[in-house]
Design a protein around this ligand. Structure first.
Ligand SMILES: C[S@@+](CC[C@H](N)C(=O)[O-])C[C@H]1O[C@@H](n2cnc3c(N)ncnc32)[C@H](O)[C@@H]1O
Length: 321
């Protein structure tokens, strides 16, 4: 299936950023843009911004002084993305104030897709691509996929595009996230040919399984659930980008970070198809409790880790015949 075109260039983002960090300030740009598109030459943006090295150097210096490790990459991105000189300096001010780069430019790259990221909505982390890779290996063409706690909808969209003909459903409790995911899925469906089967590509708003249509019960073959998993007491330790600019509901996993996961696991056997899989990310420290949680719900668990992505994923499978 083809990858949809994108109106914007690629954001610097790193596999080494997680829900505990929006992390763009210390992020590396991907090796290449996942979505083919013309890249303007470094100092030749077509937006009225002076194509002189001084402008670029000034932007870079301001970003570096604010702590952006990959200041040059970010400067190039902002100079390219800004529609006017005034917009450029406004974007630089936002970034210097700590707004995640993805919120400044309005999009993130994930799994080869460009997804819109609205203000306050959780920025999909590059390391979560590992979860999608694990899911892709388990998902048949035409599968029923549910992206619970979907945020921008990036995970479900990337999986659906990877496996083709999927029936994708997504849900989130946060209205801005739901609006953002609806827009992303519609755009990606239009350009990548995601299944438009009646009732598919829906984004529901509400608490976990509560808003889902009953016809999904027992039919979900792959359930992605990148739930919030930062313990409440550790929220204040998060970088300012996450702490101030992402919704608390997107981060806070309760006292031990596993409260949302417990509810997802408890409900999963009802919604999973026989042999269906629940996949979620967790921290290394939480693995034993996360595994115990899904096993208590009657699912068989295995753990996958990636040094490259710096990510840990639990894959829990329904035994139900
Ligand atoms: C860590 S973010 C992950 C977002 C997205 N899956 C991603 O990886 O980019 C967690 C998401 O869970 C949502 N969420 C938190 N509690 C929820 C609940 N009880 N029901 C549904 N969604 C919830 C938040 O609004 C947020 O969008």
């Amino acid at each position: 299936m083809s990858v949809p075109p994108s109106p914007r260039p690629t954001t610097p983002a790193s596999p080494r950023t997680g829900p505990e960090s929006a992390g763009s300030r210390d992020a590396r740009p991907p090796a290449e843009a996942a979505v083919p598109q013309p890249t303007p030459a470094r100092h030749e943006p077509d937006n009225g911004i002076p194509a002189d090295p001084d402008t670029f150097a000034t932007v870079t210096d301001r970003l570096r002084a604010a702590g952006c490790v990959f200041a040059e990459d970010e400067a190039l991105l902002l100079v390219t993305a800004a529609a006017t000189p005034a917009a450029l300096w406004a974007m630089v001010d936002q970034r210097v104030a700590g707004l995640p780069l993805e919120h400044v430019v309005g999009w993130a790259e994930f799994g080869g897709l460009r997804v819109s990221v609205d203000p306050g909505v959780f920025v999909p982390r590059r390391r979560t691509e590992f979860l999608v890779e694990q899911a892709t290996a388990l998902t048949r063409r035409g599968a029923v996929i549910l992206d619970l706690c979907c945020g921008t909808g990036a995970l479900g969209a990337a999986l659906a595009v990877a496996v083709a003909d999927a029936e994708l459903h997504a849900a989130d409790i946060d209205p801005p996230a739901v609006a953002c995911a609806r827009r992303n899925l519609a755009a990606i469906a239009a350009s990548a040919g995601l299944s438009l089967r009646s009732g598919a590509n829906q984004v529901y708003e509400g608490d976990l399984y509560e808003p889902l249509p009953s016809h999904l019960r027992g039919r979900v073959e792959v359930l992605l659930a990148n739930v919030p998993y930062v313990p409440t007491g550790e929220i204040e330790l998060l970088p300012v980008e996450a702490r101030l600019y992402e919704a608390r509901t997107a981060l806070d996993g309760g006292a031990d970070g596993l409260e949302v996961l417990r509810r997802v696991a408890a409900g999963a056997p009802d919604w999973l198809a026989p042999g269906g899989h629940l996949l979620f990310e967790t921290s290394e420290r939480q693995v034993p409790h996360a595994v115990e949680t899904v096993e208590r719900a009657g699912l068989a668990a295995r753990v996958a880790t990636s040094e490259d992505y710096w990510a840990t994923v639990v894959i829990a499978t329904s035994h139900r015949p």
